[in-house]
Design a protein. Structure first.
Lengths: 214, 214
């Protein structure tokens, strides 16, 4: 149900790491609750999901879920960060292993796409967050922060191939790449045509190279 | 409140045009109800919005709204088509006036983006539809149909500059362009950084040309 290897590497950024029990992603129980919550929320939405149901996914009593997350709101606020950082760790790993070439930059972006593709829960959860953000300023603030985190990691991935073009160009390309990931996830969620969406992403990576230093 | 000129040109596609009163977009009252509904839904979401509130926006009694739309569900199903086709009419017009050059194709895509930018309601409404589509198969079917309509219009816009590359390439680029529009709308909705998003879209149009016939 949960990839513990990935979870273990998904450390929470220090600046957000308060004293709340829920913040400890390295605690396997916290990670498993967040994983189960992501699934339930993506499937039924925030409103229709109860803490009891999330516990049930894991064979835990509601009181245990409550011990780690004082309210459903606390869980909602945490679950997207947790899911996002699992994707971003995949990308960071691909960057670390790279050689700074155009090929490596597009390989890293392909690895990120594969990570998203392998976890359909992510799209349903994102859409739920975007929708609820209208009524929940804290959720919106966090979602915007995650977008910025993701953009930063993408910018790092393309940094070696946009040095001549400069930081404004790198920023524009990273903003674009993130929008493509979000937009194509929505296309697949609505239409379910995986091959068509894959082809569009491959085409994006191809033309993206036109924006890199030659 | 409502641009009657645009509304008048936003004819419903014939195949969907049943005998229901709500289907007549050329009826100014139907158009004004759909316009007001789009605003209310984007602001408060489907669940929290009542037919009475939509009527209130227009100074109409709830019974009048009911005369045209038998239920909130009927209005929800119709409102996205109405909003989408207003955007697409803008793009079709830009294509009609074009000369088949790369410049014209990107100008048409810029006109579509400007139309989306000028109507922030559209993004809020889209997100609400994507979220509700999980629980409403008919809404999902319609949303997927609108994506296909939009892609067809974009394909028409880029057809003259992808003749050598062939239809599969045109389809991939159109799928990508639509995903960029959706994805960047979400970025702006979450982060509100209009200049950054504009820059990313300009960069997209620039690298998109790398995918056109030379």
């Amino acid at each position: 149900m949960m990839n513990t290897e990935t979870v273990a590497s998904a450390r929470k950024p220090t600046e957000e790491n308060g004293s709340a029990r829920s913040a400890d992603w390295d605690n396997p129980r916290v990670a498993s609750i967040l994983s189960a919550a992501a699934k339930c929320f993506a499937r039924k939405g925030f409103t229709a999901t109860t803490l009891a149901e999330i516990g049930k996914e894991l064979g835990l009593r509601k009181s245990i879920v409550h011990y780690y997350f004082a309210s459903k709101a606390a869980l909602i606020h945490e679950v997207q960060s947790f899911t996002y950082h699992r994707y971003l760790d995949r990308l960071k790993e691909a960057i670390r292993n790279g050689d700074g070439s155009s090929q490596q930059a597009t390989d890293a972006l392909r690895a990120l796409w594969d990570a998203i593709q392998n976890n359909k829960t992510g799209t349903g959860l994102n859409i739920e967050v975007w929708s609820a953000a209208r009524r929940d300023a804290e959720l919106k603030r966090r979602a915007a922060g995650l977008q910025r985190d993701a953009r930063q990691v993408i910018r790092d991935a393309i940094a070696p191939v946009t040095q001549k073009a400069g930081p404004a160009r790198a920023e524009a390309l990273a903003t674009l790449a993130l929008a493509v990931l979000n937009g194509l996830s929505v296309t697949e969620y609505l239409e379910g045509e995986e091959a068509k969406v894959q082809e569009a992403y491959a085409t994006f990576l191809e033309i993206l190279r036109a924006g890199f230093d030659s």
